[in-house]
Write a protein that binds this ligand. Sequence first.
Ligand SMILES: Nc1nc2c(ncn2[C@@H]2O[C@H](COP(=O)(O)OP(=O)(O)OP(=O)(O)O)[C@@H](O)[C@H]2O)c(=O)[nH]1
Ligand SMILES: [Mg+2]
Length: 694
Amino acid sequence: MAHEIGQVRNIGIVGQGGSGKTSLADAILFAAGVTTRLGSVDEGTSAFDFEPEETRRKLSLNTAFHHAPWKKHELTLVDTPGYINFLTDGLNCMRACTVAVLVLEPHAGGVKVEAERVWSRAEQLALPVVAFVTKMDRENADFDGALKDLGEVLRAKPVPVQLPIGSAETFTGLVDLLAMKALVAQPNGQVKEEAIPAALADAAKAARERLMEAAAETDDALVEQYLESGELTNEQLAQALRIAVRDARFVPVLCGAGGKGLGLAPLLDFLVEYTPPPGERGQAGGEDPKTGEPIERDVTPSAPFSAVVIKNVVDPFSGKLSIFQVVSGEVSADSTVLNVTKDGKERLGHLLRLEGKKQAQVDKLTTGEIAAVAKLKDTEAGDTLADEKAPIRYPGLVPMSAAISFAIEPKTKGEEDKVVQGLHKLIEEDPTLKMQRDAQTKEIILSGVGQLHIEVAVEKLKRKFGVEVELKAPKVPYKETIKGTAKAQGRLKKQTGGRGQFGDAWLEVSPLPRGTGFEFVDGIVGGVVPRQFIPAVEKGVREALHEGILAHYEVVDIRVKLYDGSFHTVDSSEMAFKIAASMGFKTAVQQAKPILLEPIMAMDIAVPDENMGDVIGDLNSRRGKVLGVDPKVGSQVIRALVPMAEVLRYSPDLRSMTSGRGAFTMEFDHYEELPAHLVDKVVKEAEERRAAQR
Ligand SMILES: Nc1nc2c(ncn2[C@@H]2O[C@H](COP(=O)(O)OP(=O)(O)OP(=O)(O)O)[C@@H](O)[C@H]2O)c(=O)[nH]1
Ligand SMILES: [Mg+2]
């Protein structure tokens, strides 16, 4: 049976790496009676961190989902990874959430770039954010420090709805500023309602006033009443708070110790009571798949069905699971729907509610619900599914450029195909991984967000698809070109024995602008080279382009003109002209000031203010050019162009310069001449590599 839309809450648990998200999620499952034993990240028994790569590292690598009932509501917990390497998956899943619970550690100066990313994603989605300051049982726990970070680093407007009672070992419970009572943990694990401790009375009163003032601001009449009487009724406060949360006017702040099971029931009560069910935040924006015009869809069960696929999970045995959220309408098992993005039909078999690593069948889903289906043919993460009579296309995935690349080689020779097939499957699960085959170096290049990301992919490749690979720094795809113009003759004459071979071509080579590639000009007049042999000349040149004369790299940005030649009526052939052309080309290039070109990457590097000097200095030592610096909240984004050869292993270096807070993206921009003092080194390496291959 489908649930009522008003009962649905999808709770995105977000925040930076290690802040305590998964521990909170496990504790919620336990508190809701879903599990009979409290799952633990540290002990490898979490219901959310269940993949072997996760339990081994004791951190989340994938977003995981679990259903939990709470006071007649149907919660789907969406536990997202916090470390930067795996963050994008969570950012993508946030779109299916009705609220984001931002998990913060209780001290100032703790907010890292990951929390900033999550926060700006919530802003982009206009998603209500509720902050949960966890680990209040920790030494030096400082609730006000976390509030300060929220305000100063994230530029959010934090408004506490609870205050902690005590901190660290004296943390025993919290003051609920809505009910104005204390909730105190009892030795038997229960929570008891008590009067607010005298020591906290003034602080609680002041905090409640602040809460009322902030809530009243949702409505002019309420502000007036509040200013005149200094009070709102509990009902007015609750109603105003619901609106403020729905419209993300401020961030209500709660506290507890998720990992210790403290503060869970009050958090869940707040989520079901004050955060909106699907549909209360207005229509869903998409576009007409035919015209590309923007269209809106009512987020209600009576509207036509539409859904967005947020994630794929690939199991080598049971195949692919596509996880989606119903954006509008309802859907039953065994329906046929349109994949609007791919413009093809898909048959949904069983509908599966997600329970950590397991699934449970349901017959029907209503608006807002998150579920999975198995074995869709062509559906990728980011695709829209819809009723074919009312198609709409929603925005796709959050873009994330890969920042680090490795060449990967199978440990067992001949398993290249198995590697490529396995990687294709991994990429279906994780579109932030990219694979390409370098046309020049022939290497399989795997790119990802960071080194850890790639290492995890390699582990999965082994576990799921049984191939072991080695990681190597990728070879830089240098290219060759010329700076001058030169003419040369290529002549092949073999006239001993039977039929001879004769070809003779005069070629002129000249440079073309960067990025133009290759141009062949036929400048023959008077048939000195007969028509039928001219394509053979071009072919000979094209083949010779693959192997430059300096270091055997591809030759680019060059014009080759065939301007003279001669032939022999009997001995000339296509083959002879092809060989002659290739000989002529090589000689001409040699005389035309050949140079090496190196790839230059465009980088965006987000750096905390205090590390700017170090990072820029380091870029200079890597022959980088800083193009500009864009200020951001608490950090800056450096835009720079840097030779690829200098940033093959940038990730760990940036991490150590910025204590893990820096982040970057990088993509190929253009080719530039390799400085003369580096040419010998590259040539020598190329020779060594060739010698090793022989
Ligand atoms: N003392 C204390 N420790 C906690 C609490 N919650 C979590 N921890 C510990 O903090 C560490 C990280 O917890 P996780 O729940 O894995 O954090 P996470 O935010 O899910 O981490 P990622 O998913 O990797 O980003 C673990 O060692 C937990 O035991 C808490 O309330 N109190
Ligand atoms: Mg986690």
